[in-house]
Ligand binder design. Structure first.
Ligand code: AVI
Length: 318
């Protein structure tokens, strides 16, 4: 499962979360709802698509830059991964052998246990302290985490799925949880030609469209909804002033849908806004991190400047 499974909501809140968004004048659904089992499988397929450059570019960057990250951290440390549904990206950092403990944070407790078992087999010397929680809510690490410097790790450009004020709050909270002697390695997708961005979210095979429509399938199952997903079209928009990709589901007809006992009216052409994916330039992301109490120590990008890895350290002074 991909690193963003931590975006999933607590069980039981699906109908509430859906209704809150669908009863607004401009209808929305929270991106957290994408990641049920089918959504995770579809997202895994998205990461392999030729148009979706993010995952493969970040992996190559990580493979090349892991020694640079280890050189910056230098001494024995703890790796803390936010939204860690599998350990494949963390493995590239764990391979540098400077980490004595690994702290994966994810809302999916069963996956964390499987990860712990795998790591105990492959890296018996590594202490693994799993934290089954929404990464947005973690203000402190468990007491069993060894008192060593910490490297926070937030890959995948999941930070782009948070609105900038939310991203700022998240970075502030992570700074508090990681402590004074820490670093934070964040994967960030870069602003670029919409000719590259739009196909990454509207692929030729229609996998992203299925991922988007799966929200409605999920609401039918988990929120007593009556959507006909074939009457909603997948739409992707580049919002230049907000510097974000937006995903929408567009109603192809005037229709009424029942959701958790409420009747929701859709007119033809009306959209449900389902996701934002912010794209940053390096300066804009640096400003956001400074406002959250971090300072960019190193920045790595691929030769085509598609994706970036930011190594942050706590900002000194006022
Ligand atoms: C998880 N997240 C970083 C993905 C993105 O690129 O914003 C989610 C996604 N949505 C559509 N395709 C991928």
């Amino acid at each position: 499962m991909p690193d963003d499974s931590a975006l999933r909501p607590a069980v039981g809140s699906v109908a509430d979360a859906a209704l809150t968004g669908l009863l607004q004048a401009r209808k929305t659904l929270p991106a957290k709802l994408f990641y049920d089992e089918a959504g995770c499988q579809l997202f895994a397929r998205i990461t392999e698509l030729p148009e979706y450059y993010l995952t493969r570019t970040e992996r190559t960057l990580l493979a090349n830059m892991a020694p640079g990250v280890a050189a910056a951290v230098r001494r024995p440390a703890v790796l803390v991964e936010y939204g860690a549904s599998d350990e494949t990206k963390a493995e590239m950092l764990l391979g540098t052998n400077i980490f004595q403990a690994y702290v994966p944070i994810d809302i999916a407790a069963p996956q964390l246990e499987e990860m712990r078992e795998r790591l105990c087999r492959h890296r018996p010397e590594l202490q693994v302290c799993v934290v089954p929680a929404d990464f947005m809510d973690v203000a402190a690490l468990p007491t069993e985490v060894p008192p060593l410097p910490r490297l926070g790790f937030f890959p995948g450009s999941t930070i782009g799925n948070l609105d900038p004020p939310e991203a700022r709050r998240f970075l502030q909270r992570a700074r508090q949880a990681l402590g004074r002697e820490s670093w934070f390695l964040v994967g960030v997708d870069l602003r670029k030609d919409p000719g590259i961005l739009l196909p990454a979210y509207d692929d030729a095979q229609g996998v992203t469209a299925a991922f988007n429509r799966n929200l409605l399938v999920r609401l039918n199952r988990e929120a007593a909804a009556t959507f006909d997903p074939s009457t909603f079209a997948h739409e992707v928009v580049w919002n230049d002033s907000a510097s974000r990709i937006e995903m929408h589901l567009v109603s192809l007809a005037d229709q009424y849908v029942r959701v958790a006992g409420q009747i929701i009216r859709f007119s033809r052409g009306e959209t449900i806004h389902t996701e934002n994916s912010y794209k940053y330039d390096a300066e804009r992301f640096a400003t956001l991190t400074e406002e959250a109490g971090w300072h960019c120590a190193e920045l790595w990008t691929d030769p085509e400047r598609l994706f970036s890895l930011h190594l942050l350290e706590p900002r000194q002074g006022p």
